[in-house]
Design a protein around this ligand. Structure first.
Ligand code: EPU
Length: 416
């Protein structure tokens, strides 16, 4: 199993380019199921999750080819309509095949995801929505089996905003008979990007990016030819890396508009950030100032940036309260940051982070994707050497992270 070794205390300087967004490319790949032909997706990051989704689509019978950040999918033939447990347990986003498969073929069989490192993460709202659209759903032996001759438009209200739930139902509704209205939809940029991609192949969708999305079904969609938006969480992780090392970094090919809440909080912590078009310039202060955050759905502070922000606050002057409102168990990084000398206590959904003067390098364990990113950020600032185990979590969502950080001067290497 690969490890990452970081010798901290180096000021990061230089330029880094952001890759396509993991959480945008995965739904786009499953949107290819909705039409027959050759779908092309550009600005694709080389990530473990993208390869897993590619294998799942190949299992359904598609041709899948990834080269030079472009995916070509031949979606002419569907030979299987099931997403086996092996895929779903490796990557929960596999559940995004459910809506499109059901819409195109009238049936789908998808393994129920179990709990995961950050919370229980049920998919009851995906199922509720498809049932409202007329699907017959049965659960047996750990699988959801869904059937529908043709889905029917419906009024669907989400009790909780769900990103992949909104995406699954939006995709299903594009080929349904009549109009579907999704109330209390997720407003994340990745939902808007998926809607834009679907509109570009003939879908009728209004309101993506607001809490009410209206989709009028059509009988056929064209194959995709679409490019993925930049990854806002990768961008924010590099802002944190620059900020915590007193660095001066230019971040290129990003969309600062997707990060207002994060940028405002990081500025409050004393970091100088300016942006122009698709570029950000970040200059870290001598010492960060403690700031409180609460994670909420977009456009608020994202849960996917909570762990990396906590690493920054671990060395800030003062005490910071960090409240996690989206997932019930997303504090696994706390114990690892403590091993590096952080002073953090957790009570319920709030972590109290008392900034220490410096962190110390230590062997630590990555427990999920963003937790591992927070350990990288902490390791960059720590005195001495940090060795991060279970790096495969990091490889799910960060393209060439050690190469990119090395270009900025970090002393980081992968140990096989
Ligand atoms: N929820 C339900 N029932 C459902 C669906 C969700 O109760 O049917 C709850 C969840 O348990 C959670 C909340 O609703 O408490 C929000 O979960 P959501 O469904 O929005 O999460 P997701 O769609 O499974 C996506 C991202 C996550 C990101 C969350 C929140 C993808 C592929 N994944 O997950 O990304 O944290 O939205 O923004 O888009 C990551 O990239 O590290 C990651 C975990």
């Amino acid at each position: 199993m690969d490890k990452i070794e970081i010798t901290g205390g180096i000021i990061l300087r230089g330029e880094v380019a952001i890759s396509g967004a993991k959480n945008a490319v995965l739904p786009l790949m499953t949107a290819s199921i909705l039409s027959s032909g050759e779908s092309v997706i550009g600005n694709v990051p080389h990530l473990r999750d993208v390869r897993t989704m590619g294998s799942l689509l190949a299992h359904l019978g598609f041709g899948f080819h990834l080269e030079n950040n472009e995916i070509i999918l031949n979606t002419n033939k569907i030979t299987s309509v099931d997403a086996p447990y092996d895929f779903v347990k490796t990557m929960r986003a596999s559940v995004l095949v459910l809506g499109p498969l059901l819409a195109r073929t009238g049936k789908a069989k998808v393994s129920l995801p179990g709990g995961c490192a950050i919370g229980a993460r049920p998919i009851n709202l995906h199922i509720m929505g498809l049932e409202k659209m007329g699907a017959k759903i049965t659960l047996s032996e750990g699988y959801i089996e869904a059937k529908a001759k043709r889905l029917k438009g419906a009024a669907i209200h989400f009790d909780t905003q769900t990103v992949t739930g909104t995406e699954n139902l939006m995709m299903a509704a594009t080929l349904a008979e009549g109009t579907t209205v999704l109330e209390n939809s997720a407003c994340e940029p990745e939902v808007v990007d998926l809607a834009n991609a679907l509109i570009s192949i003939g879908a009728k969708i209004e309101g993506a990016g607001t809490s009410i999305i209206r989709i009028t079904g059509v009988s056929k969609l064209k194959p995709l030819d679409y490019s993925v938006i930049p990854d806002r969480i990768e961008t924010a992780t590099f802002i944190a890396a620059a900020a915590i090392t007193q660095g001066e970094v230019k971040i290129k090919k990003c969309m600062p508009g997707h990060l207002e809440a994060v940028i405002n909080k990081i500025k409050e912590a004393g970091v100088k950030i300016s942006n122009k078009n698709d570029k950000l310039t970040v200059k870290g202060p001598e010492r960060l100032t403690s700031v409180d955050i609460k994670t909420v759905p977009y456009p608020g502070f994202p849960t996917d940036m909570q762990a990396q922000f906590m690493a920054m606050m671990a060395v800030a002057g003062g005490t910071s309260l960090i409240t996690e409102n989206i997932f019930e168990n997303r504090f696994m990084h706390v114990a690892e940051l403590r091993r590096m000398g952080a002073d953090i206590t957790v009570e319920g959904s709030t972590a109290t982070v008392k900034g220490v003067n410096s962190l110390k390098g230590a062997p630590v364990m990555a427990t999920d994707l963003r937790a591992s990113a927070s350990l990288v950020v902490a390791g960059l600032a720590a005195e001495g050497t940090t060795v991060i185990d279970r790096v495969y979590h990091l490889d799910r969502g960060y393209e060439k992270i050690e190469e990119k950080l090395k270009m900025l001067g970090a002393r980081i290497r992968r140990v096989k």
